[in-house]
Design a protein around this ligand. Structure first.
Ligand SMILES: *Cc1c(COP(=O)(O)O)cnc(C)c1O
Length: 474
């Protein structure tokens, strides 16, 4: 399998292999990598996959996209990653029935209790494998408002050849999220609390990465959600969810996905393009409704920081959706020139583009199955209360946005699977507001807030972060 950039000019033959793009972020032209075609899953393959463990299902799917890691090594990496010890159950992503036709797929029983573990745990093992093979080191620099940073740190802790430098806005994460990250004592994990907001952290990461000499000298890399390997790992649980709900491949299911950067639901799009019988892909946003606006109107409008709301589902608080370019590339018939014009030229000059009059736009729903909805703080509270009191299931704030929007898109005869993206304990304050009680806490996290913390506070200055990295890279 070869990979191309979403901004590749017509006729370009520039292609890369999987292991070349594994450690890279954006393509050099500013685009995102996609496979040059989507491998097709036959009826016989899907039938055979129904009997596999999650780890072996992951191996089957990944080997359609990776041909530069020997099969035995790749299978061993999958089996080392997706274990009941790490993910809590033999199914890895067990299904919970909410009511007739409506299910939750549990993606948040990994080490940090959010779905990002599903991909990040694999990425940690892939990075360690590939860096050892090349005899190289990598210093991962990131910015987090919570879930990404902790998932990255728990995936990379103790790994050979990798260090993590994770910036976060001082005092802005939930107490549980802070405790998760700052209690890690591994020598290769560095927490940097920045006096500022999340945007300041992102600006620092950009400034450091734009210093190409520094980037090269200190081998700076990233693990953000535009990484193809993360997206590919997420494709697996769409297949696993489908196989748990259905008995035959004649049945269709729909998925509702709590969305921010469009990474999770983009994996659903890839699964659907591979032939998984998905009826609808429902994009659920919070008050930061960039994506809902696009799917309703055809207008994609990036928000300024003044229009980006701090909500009670904070992992979906985005001003633009960094993976969305992948879907638009497909929607426009894989026209790299147009994609470059929209996401390069138009977004930087006008902050928006409008596809409502384009013949491709109706295809988003008709051909690709995308619909959307949004949820507010009040919807979130009402949904958390309703699923708890009536159905006896406690959901986190992001999953609540999913359940709320899923109900607006139910179709008789088509099961709806809502992806559970985090456990309630991560966002306890809103659970208390909704239910007047604390969420359940998995036993292994008892007393985590009282553990010693390993974190360095810093002003929002890129040069200070660079100096810190330089000091810790010898
Ligand atoms: C990251 C995250 C999301 C959003 O996922 P995207 O891939 O950015 O769309 C939703 N819910 C939770 C809990 C998350 O951590």
């Amino acid at each position: 399998m070869q990979y191309l950039s979403t901004r590749a000019p017509a006729g370009s033959t520039e292609r890369k292999r999987f292991c070349e793009i594994l450690l890279e972020g954006l393509a050099p032209d500013g685009g995102l990598y996609l496979p040059e075609r989507y491998p097709q899953v036959s009826d016989a393959m899907l039938n055979a996959w129904r009997r596999l463990s999650y780890a072996d299902l992951a191996f089957e799917i990944l080997s359609l996209y990776i041909d530069d890691i020997p099969a035995d090594d790749l299978r061993a990496l999958c089996r080392k990653t997706y274990t009941p010890e790490v993910f809590g159950t033999p199914e890895i992503v067990p299904l919970k029935k909410l009511e007739d036709g409506l299910y939750l797929e549990a993606l948040s029983n990994g080490p940090t209790l959010a779905f990002k573990d599903m991909a990040m745990q694999l990425l940690g093992n892939l990075f360690e494998y590939e860096l050892a093979r090349r005899g190289e080191q990598l210093n991962i620099l990131g910015a987090t408002s919570g879930d990404t940073g902790s998932a990255a740190e728990y995936a990379m802790r103790g790994k050979q050849g990798v260090r993590v430098f994770m910036t976060s806005p001082y005092g802005r994460m939930s107490p549980f999220q802070q405790a998760q990250m700052f209690s890690l004592q591994d020598a290769n994990i560095h927490n940097i609390a920045i006096q500022g907001v999340f945007d300041d952290c992102q600006d620092i990461v950009k400034a450091v990465s734009n210093d190409l000499d520094f980037k090269r000298k200190y081998k700076i890399g990233t693990v953000n959600s535009i990484n193809w390997a993360r997206l590919m790992a997420q494709v697996v649980y769409y297949f696993a969810g489908y196989c748990q709900v259905t008995k035959t491949n004649a049945e269709q299911v729909s998925f509702t996905v709590p969305s921010g950067n469009f990474g999770n639901v983009c994996a659903g799009h890839v699964a659907r393009m591979m032939g998984l019988p998905i009826a609808k892909l429902v994009v659920a946003t919070n008050e930061n409704d960039v994506l809902d606006e696009f799917f309703r109107t055809g207008v994609y409008r990036v928000r300024g920081s003044a229009d980006t709301h701090e909500t009670s589902s904070p992992s979906m608080d985005i001003s633009k959706a960094s993976n969305f370019e992948r879907f638009v590339f497909d929607l426009l018939g894989r026209d790299g020139d147009r994609t470059r014009d929209l996401f390069g030229a138009q977004l930087s000059s006008q902050g928006r583009f409008d596809l409502h009059a384009d013949p491709a736009f109706p295809q988003a729903a008709q051909r690709y199955g995308f619909v959307s909805g949004r949820s507010t703080h009040d919807n979130r509270l009402a949904t958390i209360r309703d699923t708890w009191t009536r159905l006896g299931v406690m959901v986190d704030t992001h999953t609540a946005d999913g359940v709320k929007v899923a109900r607006e898109h139910l179709q008789a005869g088509t099961p709806m699977i809502v992806l559970e993206t985090a456990l309630p304990i991560k966002f306890a304050a809103t659970i208390v507001e909704a239910l007047g009680r604390e969420p359940e806490r998995p036993a292994k996290f008892n007393g985590i807030e009282d553990l010693p913390k390993r974190v360095t506070e810093m002003q929002a200055r890129a040069q200070d972060v660079k100096a810190y990295i330089a000091r810790h890279c010898d």
